[in-house]
Design a protein around this ligand. Structure first.
Ligand SMILES: [Zn+2]
Length: 643
């Protein structure tokens, strides 16, 4: 770890995206997703599951008002994960224990939009929501509507299962973004007050607990970066160092003694700096690892950084789907064992891929190596984009690689695999997380250190770095052509990522390859043009993944493609692709030569072995991120290869 040479991403306020592909996505988020989510948070979307988000903040605001007026306030139990009309009082908290975080994620997305587009109406909506949030904050800074509404005496009593510190994390991230976007401090002051309470509550000679669902660690680092207050960094590090220490904090609270297995789910089975395998709830895991990288970068903690490298390697090379999805099992929404990547049972939560992007970007900033940026690209263009419908009004939470609608309806092991996107979830972590990721997508494109500008993702736009102005014109996703205009006041290096999917590439200037980047010397105003040869191809999965033996997936640049019933008929499992096929690209489809096996015509299940008749067919593949936009149908990423 070369501490002097860390790079930093470009802040969203210094980025103006201008890109054929991404402008469409940003407009969708701006015009559809954000307004839709605003309505959903207010429970005004007909037919969608209720969120209770704003309702809870209003209820908590009433509680605070009554307390200030010296009136008595009732208490309700805080003993569940989810509270609804049937299991709790109508005046109590409703929704999941982490419900507050949805509104914070919405606000963070709004903040990034406001950095790019002045929108008085949207800002006014956000400020009204902020007023509602801040009215619910307790005098000491505490802010979590479950405990404020239901029972103030039990605050921080169940860190393992409840999400007060998680909600704080999202509050702090939203507040930081909103302050940067508008200069308005109200939400930031609320977040800082809560952060101060957390620093006063947790630490040596204080409560030695840590969040059950990580993110507070990352958020505290953001507040440290913004304010320079060392307590925030110290508390973030404290949370990391306490996690996994024996006897387990969670056991001590519960008065029991358990084995490591109990805490894989929370990555609390052993101390993070001793962890080498990504286990447990996938979103929690990558949020933890992101914070470890954050802290390693700011403190020069080599041990923490080494753990990050091992954990990243474990995910990238043993636990990641070809779509950049992670978390193979629904059981605990978790990582499975190495090389266990079932296509049809995949969990692959949208939020987990978003968290993987966070982790990879932090690793890039510590030490730029193209494979981190390749992982960002894989997750971004496949799992993350797949989660949103073409109209921005429905979302996938789970992102499988193979879907048979009948199985999703009839097999309880696959109930989590939805054949079509849903409008809104009561547990709606993914849609607002997606909105904040897409609205900040430019921050994953560039980073800079003292002597180098790194371009990690070829998204068109203008980027104002500290040492240079950069303009990217990108046709990367279609022709593979990219033009970079850079204007640097001083002599600097320019490093352009060579994507791992590209074997033939050329640049208009002389370069040297280093860590997967083509490196140029730049001074003054310079233009570099790049051509990355982009063509469809078959991708093989390691045969250590038993699922995919004899199969291949089709890729085109960063996109993974899939087969859908809408284009190829039912029974996708009977299809195979010709190993030597030519590919044709037309109207968004990739067409290839393949075969369809005749359906068995024997009456029973079993007969003497013979080779089934195969008829030649044209196979039509669509980008994975577009699947499921034409009603319920079968889908498959991997197809058998006919040698
Ligand atoms: Zn999610």
């Amino acid at each position: 770890m070369n501490e002097k040479n860390f790079s930093n991403h470009i802040e969203p306020g210094y980025i103006k995206i201008s890109d054929n592909f991404w402008n469409g996505k940003l407009e969708l988020v701006r015009k559809e997703v954000i307004p839709y989510q605003y309505e959903a948070l207010h429970d005004r979307v007909p037919g969608a599951e209720k969120s209770y988000c704003i309702e809870n903040f209003l209820k908590a605001g009433e509680v605070i008002k009554k307390i200030k007026e010296g009136k008595s306030v009732p208490s309700y139990p805080v003993d569940k994960w989810v509270y609804n009309e049937t299991n709790c009082d109508k005046n109590a908290f409703h929704g999941w224990v982490f419900q507050d975080s949805d509104v914070y994620k919405w606000l963070e997305g709004v903040a990034y939009l406001l950095m790019a587009y002045a929108d008085d109406n949207l800002q006014k909506q956000a400020e009204e929501v902020i007023d509602i949030i801040c009215a619910a904050q307790m005098d000491n800074g505490y802010l979590d509507t479950l405990y404020i509404i239901n029972n103030r005496d039990e605050i921080f009593s169940n860190l393992k299962d409840h999400h007060e510190l998680y909600c704080f994390g999202h509050l702090a991230e939203a507040a930081t973004a909103f302050y940067k976007a508008t200069g308005k401090r109200k939400l930031l002051d609320a977040a800082l007050k809560f952060a101060d309470l957390i620093c006063d509550t947790f630490g040596e000679n204080k409560i030695k607990g840590y969040p059950g669902h990580e993110i507070a660690e990352m958020a505290l680092v953001k507040l440290f970066d913004l304010t320079g207050k060392k307590d925030y960094l110290k508390t973030a590090l404290f949370f990391i160092n306490e996690r996994g220490k024996k006897p387990y904090y969670y056991d001590m609270v519960l008065g029991r003694e358990t084995k490591e297995d109990n805490y894989h789910y929370n990555q609390a089975h052993k101390e993070p700096r001793k962890q080498t395998e990504a286990v447990g709830h996938a979103v929690r895991a990558v949020y933890l690892f992101s914070a470890m990288a954050d802290i390693a970068k700011r403190t020069g903690d080599e041990e923490l950084y080494t753990a990050c490298l091992k954990l990243f390697d474990n995910i990238e090379n043993k636990k990641m789907y070809i779509t950049g999805g992670i978390g193979a099992t629904v059981d605990g929404e978790a990582f499975s064992f190495n090389y266990d990547l079932p296509n049809d049972l995949a969990y692959s939560e949208t939020c987990a891929s978003i968290g993987l992007i966070f982790f990879a970007m932090r690793m890039l900033e510590i030490s730029p190596d193209a494979h981190f940026a390749d992982v960002i690209e894989r997750a971004l263009y496949n799992t993350v984009l797949s989660s949103m419908a073409e109209d921005g009004k429905a979302f996938f939470y789970v992102n499988p690689l193979e879907v048979l609608p009948e199985a999703s309806h009839k097999d309880s092991r696959k109930y989590h695999v939805k054949p079509v996107r849903q409008k809104w979830f009561s547990c709606a972590c993914c849609p607002p997380n997606l909105a904040r990721l897409i609205t900040s997508v430019g921050t994953y494109c560039l980073s800079e250190n003292n002597d180098m500008i790194f371009i990690h993702q070829y998204i068109g736009g203008r980027f104002t770095a500290k040492n240079a102005q950069v303009k990217i014109e990108s046709d990367y996703l279609s022709s593979g052509k990219v033009k970079i205009e850079i204007n640097s006041q001083k002599k600097t290096g320019l490093a352009l990522r060579v994507p791992s999917w590209c074997k033939n590439f050329s640049f208009s200037k002389e370069y040297k390859i280093k860590n997967g980047y083509a490196v140029f010397e730049i001074c003054g105003s310079v233009t570099v043009e790049a051509i990355f040869e982009i063509k469809p191809k078959l991708i093989k999965c390691s045969n250590k993944v038993r699922e995919n033996i004899g199969k291949a997936a089709v890729s085109y640049g960063p996109f993974i493609y899939c087969l859908e019933e809408a284009d190829n008929g039912k029974n996708l499992h009977l299809l195979s692709i010709n190993k030597n096929t030519d590919f044709e690209i037309k109207d968004g489809f990739i067409t290839a030569d393949g075969y369809k096996e005749a359906e068995s015509n024997s009456v029973g299940l079993y007969s003497d072995y013979n080779i089934d008749k195969k008829d030649p067919v044209k196979l039509h593949f669509v980008p994975y991120y577009t699947w499921g936009n034409r009603g319920e149908n079968e889908m498959e990423v991997y197809i058998r290869v006919k040698e």
